[in-house]
Structure formats: C-alpha cells, structure tokens
Design a protein around this ligand. Structure first.
Ligand SMILES: Nc1ncnc2c1ncn2[C@@H]1O[C@H](COP(=O)(O)OP(=O)(O)OP(=O)(O)O)[C@@H](O)[C@H]1O
Ligand SMILES: [Mg+2]
Length: 243
C-alpha cells in the first residue's frame, strides 16, 4: 500500500506506525477518529486520508463543531427548508449534503451538543438525515472523519458524549503523538519550516546552529507542531541579516 504523505513530516517510529495504519485505512470507507493534543496534525492527516481515498475527486468538507453556536449548528450540518424557523428566509443546503460523494471532517467532535449527537449517529447508522423543517429523509453518501483533543471516554463517563455514538466513531482510531514524544522529528520539522518561511520571506537562511537545535529539542512543546511552526516563522523574520 502506498500513502501519499506530501506535507506530512515525520520519520520517528511513532509516525512510521501512523503512516502504516493510514496506508491501510485511508483507501477504505471506514470512519476514522483522530485523537491528539492541539497542534499534532489532526486536520492535516484528515485531509491526507481524503486525498488517499477513492473519494479524492469528491468534496472535503470541514465542520468545526466548537465554532458554530448550537442553534445554528443543526441547520449548518443538515440544512433547512425555507421558513423552518424565524430567520430562515431561504432554503439552505447543509454540510452533509455538500459532502455527498466525499468526506466530512467533524472537527472538535467532543464539543458536539447532545441533541445533535443523536442526528450524527443516524447518519452513521443509516446514511440519512432530515433537513430542519421537513419530514423528507435525505440519503447521503459520505465518509466521516472526526477529530478531538478531548478524552472521549471521560466525556462518555460524565454523560456529555453518547456512548453509542462513541462506539460508532471508534472504528479506526489514530492517536497522533505529541511532539515531545518524538524528539527525533524536531530537526527535520524545524528545517522543513525554515525552508518554507525563508522562501516566503525571501530570506537566505540555511542553517540552524547546534545550540538552537538543542534548545528546540529540550522544550516540551505544549502547542506541538503548530507551536514549532510559529516559532520558526518568527525566527526567520527576526534573524538579523548578515552584513
Ligand atoms: N507532521 C507534520 N508535518 C508538517 N506539518 C505539520 C505536521 N503536523 C502538523 N503540521 C502543521 O501544524 C499545524 C497544526 O496542524 P493541525 O491544524 O492539523 O493540528 P490539529 O491537531 O488539528 O490542532 P487543533 O487540535 O488545535 O485543531 C498546521 O499548520 C499543520 O500543517
Ligand atoms: Mg484542528
């Protein structure tokens, strides 16, 4: 199995393991649950799964479940009929319908309000939903990839996340390792971001000096790869030009 890992840097054993699992899981239609701390690459991997699936020509639709207020989330996901509620002046196509033939990425799924969890469960079980204000069942062909940095088992135990939905999502579950557990990857990531930002900012910076690399490797990276990316951008901007 080959897996196109363009833009995903990582040679550590933990990442090799992820790539092996991705090569097997990506081409299938299986639901994927991506776990991991903030900035570990959940969205990047989600896109790569879509790109490596037979749905690659179809849409990839991202929904951030935490960013949309609860009263709007339902119509955002499932759409609504004209006049379905006050303010619904026009008919709206929901994101599940927009993702037909492709993949939907449900980001921050741990934040999903309970009433909407039931509706997502129905899509997973029966591939169908009803737009708000209708009794017309709509069929949809969509693969679900979900991501969260919460511990979903804790959410289930505390009654904030439906157990049945958790088991439906927990088919192919990948936990992306935090950066501090794969220190070997820090130099290649740092050089990867250095090259990108040097090119973007038209700066001629080619080397990271050993003490700087040592510092990067001794930090604990709570923001993971996003934090490293930001630090490298800042470094490229602020490194004094040679005279
Ligand atoms: N292995 C990697 N190689 C190169 N870049 C990466 C890698 N992993 C993550 N990144 C980059 O780090 C940034 C954060 O990644 P991403 O948005 O996928 O993280 P996330 O897990 O979804 O974070 P959050 O939980 O905060 O949403 C992005 O700019 C992404 O391109
Ligand atoms: Mg994300």
């Amino acid at each position: 199995m080959t897996f196109d890992r363009t833009g995903i840097i990582g040679e550590s054993p933990l990442m090799q393991e992820i790539f092996t699992l991705l090569a097997l899981a990506a081409p299938t239609d299986a639901t994927v649950l991506l776990l991991g701390e903030t900035g570990t690459g959940k969205e990047l991997i989600g896109q790569a799964i879509h790109r490596n699936s037979r749905r690659r020509e179809g849409p990839f639709v991202v929904v951030n479940c935490a960013a949309i207020p609860e009263n709007l989330l339902e119509s955002d996901l499932f759409g609504h009929e004209r006049g379905a509620f006050t303010g619904a002046v026009n008919r709206k196509i929901g994101r599940f319908a927009l993702a037909h033939g492709g993949t939907i990425f449900l980001d921050e799924i741990g934040e999903l309000p309970i009433p909407i969890q039931a509706k997502i469960l129905r899509v997973l079980q029966f591939k169908e939903f009803e737009p708000l204000g209708t009794h017309k069942t709509q069929k949809v062909d969509v693969r679900i990839i979900a991501a969260t940095n919460r511990f979903l088992t804790d959410e289930v135990r505390e009654g904030r996340f439906r157990e049945d939905l958790f088991y439906r999502l927990n088919v192919v579950t990948l936990t992306l390792p935090p950066l501090r557990k794969r220190l070997e990857d820090i130099p290649i990531l740092a050089y990867y971001f250095l090259e990108n930002f040097a090119r973007k900012n038209k700066r001629q910076i080619k080397e990271i000096e050993p003490p700087a690399l040592h510092l990067l490797k001794s930090y604990h990276w709570p923001g993971n790869i996003r934090e490293l990316e930001n630090i490298m951008e800042r470094a490229v901007i602020f490194v004094p030009a040679r005279r």
